[in-house]
Design a binder for this molecule. Structure first.
Ligand code: CA
Length: 370
């Protein structure tokens, strides 16, 4: 039987299928050069996501990760992706993976702020770190260890698995000329940014991406943010709102996540664990690269074909939002010893990296412009 046929057979109808692979692999200590019989378990995992299946960047990022794991493992660990609502609703994936109904999830940590506000720091912070800075903190300055510690309480192993880069401020049907223009605004905006909007007198709501267009068009919400031109064009948000504001002060480099049921992860041999971790790192890079490559043309299309009114938020509005953000973030950090510990690590790294970025990125971008 060909290997792929075997794998196909082994995968049918069960989450975990066992089987015996025979072949030319020799196990150490095999006798007299005879072909060794190697027992290998084929695992089939479900990945539930908060995104519409194959949605550009986000859903395709989940697919990238699943495919990388499946192929790098030679089919020993096969991951099948489910879009939001296919197995469980978008905002129930955390619980589903926690209790083992699926082995993996793909979403963003700020969606779980109702469980624990401290988790929001692992996605994005208003006026906080950019994508590069987040990766520096997570991978090389202790952020990842704190994230793992926080998710261990839920029986989950988290990994960074994508980043959007700087987002857009969002879609509005009224001009934003002063902070008071946010008063009474019912806006889809998740995470800490939502709490800042509340402080500014608005009403934040959180909806899964797939529900945004209808909510905005029917007036259930007055405004929404989503991601950036590439994703916002795909949802057709320009048909429901006139003004497209930047910059995404509330999401300056949002880390997307995958998380694995801890018992399932611990049951993997070391090489498969490493494959999952390295695939997540590759997915983290790939998504950011895709946004960097695609946002430009999408913005042209929005402005030139769909006649979207592109506006920069006024400096005094941004200054007010920055002031409110500092208040909100400090309060959120004060909600538990855990939140304090995570935020102290985040803030310490941000202070260091901001100084370096002023010397490197900011200076360079300024001189490039001339
Ligand atoms: Ca967003």
């Amino acid at each position: 039987m060909k290997r792929r046929d075997f794998l196909k057979t082994a995968a049918v109808g069960s989450v975990t299928a066992g089987g015996v692979l025979t072949g030319c692999a020799r196990e150490q200590g095999g006798q007299g050069g005879a072909p060794a019989v190697q027992t290998q378990k084929t695992r089939v995992w479900k990945m539930v996501t908060t995104w519409p299946k194959n949605f550009p960047g986000l859903g395709t990022g989940a697919e990238f990760l699943a495919k990388a794991i499946t192929e790098m493992s030679g089919g020993r660990l096969q991951v099948k992706v489910y879009g939001a609502g296919e197995l469980v609703p978008a905002f129930e994936i955390f619980d589903a993976v926690s209790r083992g109904a699926a082995q993996m999830g793909h979403g963003a940590a700020y969606y779980w702020k109702g469980k624990n506000p401290a988790l929001q720091f692992f996605s994005t912070v208003p006026f906080g770190m950019t994508a590069d800075e987040m990766n520096g903190w997570l991978y090389h300055d202790g952020g990842m260890a704190l994230w793992e510690e926080a998710y261990a309480e839920y029986g989950l192993v988290p990994m960074a698995a994508g980043n959007t880069g700087v987002q857009m401020a969002g879609w509005f049907n009224r001009e934003i000329n002063a902070l008071s223009d946010l008063q009474g605004l019912k806006m889809r905006i998740p995470g800490l940014g939502g709490e800042v909007l509340r402080r500014a007198g608005g009403t934040p709501v959180n909806l899964p991406g797939g529900e945004l267009f209808t909510a905005l068009q029917t007036g259930t919400i007055d405004a929404t943010e989503w991601v950036g031109p590439y994703n916002d064009l795909a949802f057709g948000l320009y048909k429901a709102a006139k003004y497209y504001y930047y910059p995404g002060w509330h999401e300056p480099g949002t880390t997307l996540e995958c998380f694995v049921n801890k018992a399932a992860f611990d049951s993997l041999p070391t090489d498969l664990q490493r494959i999952v971790r390295v695939a997540a790192r590759a997915a983290n890079l790939d998504m950011l690269s895709e946004y960097m490559a695609r946002n430009n043309d999408a913005l042209d299309t929005l402005v030139n074909q769909h006649h979207v009114v592109l506006r920069r938020l006024p400096n005094d509005v941004l200054a007010e939002l920055r002031r409110l953000s500092a208040e909100v973030v400090a309060e959120e950090a004060g909600k538990s010893a855990q939140a304090r510990k995570i935020y102290d690590s985040y803030r310490t790294f941000l202070a260091k990296v901001a100084r370096w970025d002023d010397i490197s990125e900011r200076t360079y971008l300024d001189i490039r412009k001339g």
